[in-house]
Structures are given as structure tokens and as C-alpha cells.
Design a protein around this ligand. Structure first.
Ligand code: FEO
Length: 400
């Protein structure tokens, strides 16, 4: 079976999707699956850009063979070595042993770590080098740490197509809608944000540096390795990436993440949300950290100007699921936010201070209201403190 599509003259999508994988990188839930895009240029010379995850290797090899129609493959361009794009390289080389692997120096080192010395022909490229295929020519743009150190993009000069590797991708399978304009209401910006925040979020400065290198290049089509091929929504996604790379929030709003064993801390979270709404806040995302995967909460925090963390004390520590969220926030270098903290505890409510310390280590994150401590359950006094805090936070959100 084969299933490929022409993207532009001589340029084909030869990738596919996986709806069975439950977690990307064995970590991030994939309720809508994931796409592994690879591309083929069928010119005087032939070139494949990247391979795919092992789960769709047969489809990929069939697609390449069908497009090439008995022609040989001249080049295998390797933009990124993470196995979701490199797992089928060995099989591709078995089918096309004469192909030259076009790769950068760092990429070759990683290639050999995965595959050993299986390459007969290698062409090392440097920043700005060009690969002429006939009517089409690829220029290489190095984008280290977007997503790995060897990551690079290829810019096709004649039709102004950017092969962007992991950048500008999204979670979600290609359900027929290869191009963004074919997705209609299924185009899911939330899955672009969740992908960016969790996969590339730590490397915002590197993503910004990649942007600088693309400045001045006209782009008609973006071909990422995940998500839709971008044509109509290039402006939207580039604008969002610029915000995300600079750790700027997209909207006035608040992410409330709570942990709760028996419902008492949950009551405080819902009271806070209700009071914020009463005070005019419209963008409120409320999550139970035991129920919602961290990747969604991180994505929401990226989007909103404010966040609130509410947690019980657990073994004289932060409740483990809240601890995991905070660790992830620190790893991904969440910054430029306003925060509010509520801790709970029945005999030693140390969590308030512990979360405050963790949050103080985030860059440019300010607590706009003094952190509150609940003893076991809200009473009239602590409920009033939550209501008063909500008024201040709502005002701050409005003015942000
Ligand atoms: Fe989609 Fe960094 O691999």
C-alpha cells in the first residue's frame, strides 16, 4: 500500500500517521495520534528529506518507491536524528545503497551512534551550503537545539518552501488534511502550542535565533515533520512561535492547577475560579493535576498571563503530582508570569513555603498576592482570604 501526495511541482509528501501510539516520546498523550512527515523531491536528481518512525516504515518505503518509479535515489537529506524521523534510514539505505547521505557534522556523529558505519556515501554540509537537484535547490539553515544540536532546516529556493524539521509542527495525525486549509475546524492550535511548549519550550532562545536566520526569506509553504503542511496559516503559526519563543503570554487569563486528596484543596481552587469569574476574568483554565496530563497544564500556562498552584502537604513535601508539574515548569524554564499559591495541611502545612520557594526560582515570576495557607479545610476566614485574593488577581489580569 502507498499513499503520497504532491505538495508542489516535483515535491511530494511521503509520510504517514500513527493513531495507535499512546504517548509521544513515551511521555506526552496523543489522543489524536501523530504524523511523521517526510518529503521527496523528484528532479534531475532525486532527494528524500528525512525518514519516519518505525511504526510507518513499510508505508514510507512504499511511498518512496512509488514516487521514484524505478529511478534511483541520489540523496538522503537528514535534517534531524531523533528516531521519530530517523528510524527508517537504515531500511531506506538498504533499498537505495548508492544514495549519498547529506548531513551536518554533528548529525553524522549522532547518525553513527544510532546506526554505526552503514553509510557508503556521505556529504557533509555547512551552514548556508546548497544542494542542487536540477530545477530545485536546497539551502541549509542550521537551527541547533530546535530540537537537537544537529537540527537544521532546508530552504527550497525556486518555490520558496521551508522544510522546517520539528519547528512549526504539532501533535495530531494527518486525517486526510495534509494542508492546513484542508483541516477546517479540525485545525487545532492548542495542539501546536502543547507540542511547542513541551518539545521545544526549553529552547526558546534557540528558536528565536532560528527565526533571525529565516528573516528576509520569503516562504510560500512550510513543510514540518509533524502536523499539517502550512500554507494559509503560515502567518498565524509564525506569530505564535515568535510569542512562544520569547516566553510571552498569548492572552489575559489564568491557569489554576490544584492537587487535592479529599476535596478540600479542590474547594479552594473552585472558589478561586468562581470569584475570578465574578470579578470579570473570562479565560480560566482549571486542572486537577491528578487527572490532567502535565503537558496540557504546561500548554495552558504558556498561553495565560497568570497561574495559581494549590496543593496539600504530603509527607512534609509538595504533593507528588504537583511536584512533578513544578519540576516540569522549571525544566521548561517557564517565565514572565504572575503567580498565586495556596497550600493546605492539617498538622504541618509546609507546602505553601515550599512551593513559594520553587516559584521564586522561576525567571520573572512574581507572586502578586501573599501565598495563603489553609488548615485542613476552608473556613470563613480563609474563604474570605481567597475571595480577597481573587479581587486583586482579577484586577491584575485586567491590567496585564
Ligand atoms: Fe520529531 Fe525531535 O523529533
Amino acid at each position: 500500500m502507498y499513499s503520497f501526495r504532491e505538495i508542489s511541482k516535483d515535491i511530494y509528501w511521503v509520510g504517514g500517521s500513527d493513531k495507535r501510539l499512546s504517548r509521544f516520546e513515551n511521555l506526552f498523550p496523543l489522543p489524536k495520534g501523530v504524523a511523521y512527515n517526510a518529503y521527496l523531491i523528484n528532479d534531475e536528481k532525486t532527494a528524500v528529506l528525512d525518514s519516519v518512525d518505525a511504526s510507518i516504515s513499510t508505508l514510507y518505503i512504499n511511498n518512496v518507491k512509488k514516487v521514484l518509479d524505478n529511478r534511483d535515489l541520489d540523496y538522503i537529506v537528514v535534517l534531524h536524528l531523533e528516531p521519530d524521523h530517523s528510524a527508517t534510514l537504515r531500511e531506506l539505505l538498504v533499498n537505495y545503497p548508492n544514495a549519498t547521505v547529506v548531513i551536518n557534522q554533528v548529525g553524522l556523529r549522532i547518525f553513527k551512534q544510532f546506526f554505526g558505519d552503514i553509510c557508503k556515501n556521505v556529504q557533509i554540509v555547512k551552514e548556508g551550503d546548497k544542494l542542487n537537484l536540477g530545477k530545485h535547490e536546497l539551502e541549509f539553515v542550521f537551527t541547533p537545539m530546535a530540537h537537537w544540536p544537529e537540527s537544521m532546516m532546508a530552504y527550497e529556493l525556486s518555490q520558496k518552501i521551508l522544510f522546517s524539521s520539528d519547528a512549526f509542527g504539532a501533535f495530531g495525525s494527518i486525517d486526510g488534511a495534509l494542508f492546513d486549509y484542508e483541516a477546517g475546524n479540525n485545525f487545532d492550535l492548542d495542539e501546536y502550542r502543547r507540542y511547542y511548549a513541551n518539545i521545544l519550550g526549553k529552547y526558546g532562545q534557540r528558536v528565536e535565533a532560528a527565526f533571525a536566520k529565516l528573516d528576509g526569506k520569503a516562504i510560500n509553504i512550510i513543510c514540518p515533520v509533524h502536523g499539517h503542511v502550512l500554507k494559509d496559516k503560515i502567518g498565524l503559526i509564525l506569530d505564535k512561535y515568535l510569542l512562544w519563543a520569547q516566553y510571552q503570554s498569548e492572552q489575559k487569563g489564568i491557569t489554576i492547577a490544584y492537587a487535592s486528596m479529599y476535596g478540600n484543596t479542590k474547594d479552594a481552587a473552585f472558589l478561586l475560579a468562581n470569584e475570578l469569574a465574578i470579578n470579570g476574568v473570562t479565560n480560566i483554565d482549571l486542572f486537577d493535576v491528578s487527572e490532567t496530563d502535565i503537558s496540557y497544564i504546561i500548554s495552558s500556562i504558556y498561553k495565560n498571563t497568570h497561574f495559581a498552584l494549590l496543593s496539600p502537604t504530603y509527607n512534609l513535601e509538595i504533593y507528588p503530582k504537583m511536584r512533578a508539574l513544578i519540576d516540569d515548569m522549571k525544566m521548561l524554564t517557564i517565565r514572565n508570569k504572575k503567580a498565586f499559591i495556596v497550600g493546605n495541611g492539617s498538622w504541618a502545612p509546609v507546602v505553601t513555603e515550599k512551593i513559594s520557594k520553587e516559584v521564586s526560582e522561576l525567571q520573572n515570576v512574581e507572586q502578586i498576592v501573599k501565598a495563603l495557607t489553609i488548615k485542613s479545610a476552608l473556613d470563613d476566614s480563609t474563604a474570605k482570604e481567597v475571595r480577597d485574593a481573587a479581587k486583586i488577581i482579577a484586577e491584575d489580569i485586567k491590567n496585564s
